[in-house]
Design a protein around this ligand. Structure first.
Ligand code: MN
Length: 237
């Protein structure tokens, strides 16, 4: 794991590359102090997704919700046995399914999930995936329309807060759509590689869509999904 980059350099790198394998901080050499996270910058202007997602939703979601998870994680880590972890992903994985570490898991996973969500979206996204990815979608789902339907069904059927994910299921060697509740994330399932996500917590859409979660998920799929990010994640999987 890289330890000689400054935190600023790492954050700058993390904002433009794939976070699944990127650290978000540099450790002190002896690992006796907890690292401090910073809120990653959005990969686009807060108003860039309007009108699909309004600037006010993005401002609240990134500036309040995502920031709160970062702050909570920084508050919890110094008293935890996880201060020697080498990455955010490692913190998520080591705190999963551990009741005593539940508060750290919830906040660490939400930091990772949100950072991944911003990267899953882009202005003028959606539309037709790159050719190789489109072929893979046809092979594994039957069609892009079928993937869209599976995504909207998962978004609608997720009871309460959660996330919808496009993943590579390595055990089946196929793309799949999965949903997770609250902070849960495919990072904790060994056979799943996350490729893109849609946040279906109410705070992600309520200002713009009220209770119409399916309309929000459809608009994200059709107009914002960053297929280049999906293809890059799949190429590295
Ligand atoms: Mn959220």
């Amino acid at each position: 794991m890289t330890t000689d980059l400054s935190r600023r350099q790492i954050l700058a790198t993390a904002a433009t590359t794939i976070l699944a394998s990127s650290p978000l901080w540099a450790h002190a050499a002896d690992k006796t102090e907890a690292p401090r996270f910073e809120l990653p910058a959005l990969p686009w202007d807060a108003a860039a997704l309007d009108p699909v997602i309004s600037a006010s939703t993005i401002a609240q979601h990134h500036g309040k919700h995502h920031a709160a998870y970062v702050n909570n994680l920084n508050r919890l880590l110094p008293t935890s046995t996880l201060i020697d972890a080498d990455s955010l992903v490692e913190i998520v994985q080591r705190s999963a399914r551990n009741e005593a570490r539940r508060p750290i898991f919830n906040n660490a996973a939400q930091v990772w999930n949100h950072t991944f969500y911003w990267q899953s979206l882009r202005p003028k996204g959606g539309g037709t995936p790159p050719l190789e990815l489109a072929k893979r979608i046809d092979a594994d789902f039957g069609s892009l329309t079928a993937l869209r339907e599976a995504t909207l069904t998962a978004a609608t059927e997720q009871f309460g807060a959660g996330w919808v994910w496009l993943v590579l299921d390595k055990s089946q060697k196929k793309l799949a759509v999965v949903k997770t509740g609250n902070a849960d994330t495919p990072l904790t399932q060994e056979n799943l590689v996350p490729l893109a996500t849609i946040d279906v917590w109410e705070h992600a859409y309520y200002l713009d869509y009220q209770s119409r979660r399916k309309d929000y998920a459809a608009a994200v799929f059709d107009k914002l999904l960053n297929w280049d990010f999906v293809a890059a994640n799949l190429a590295k999987a």
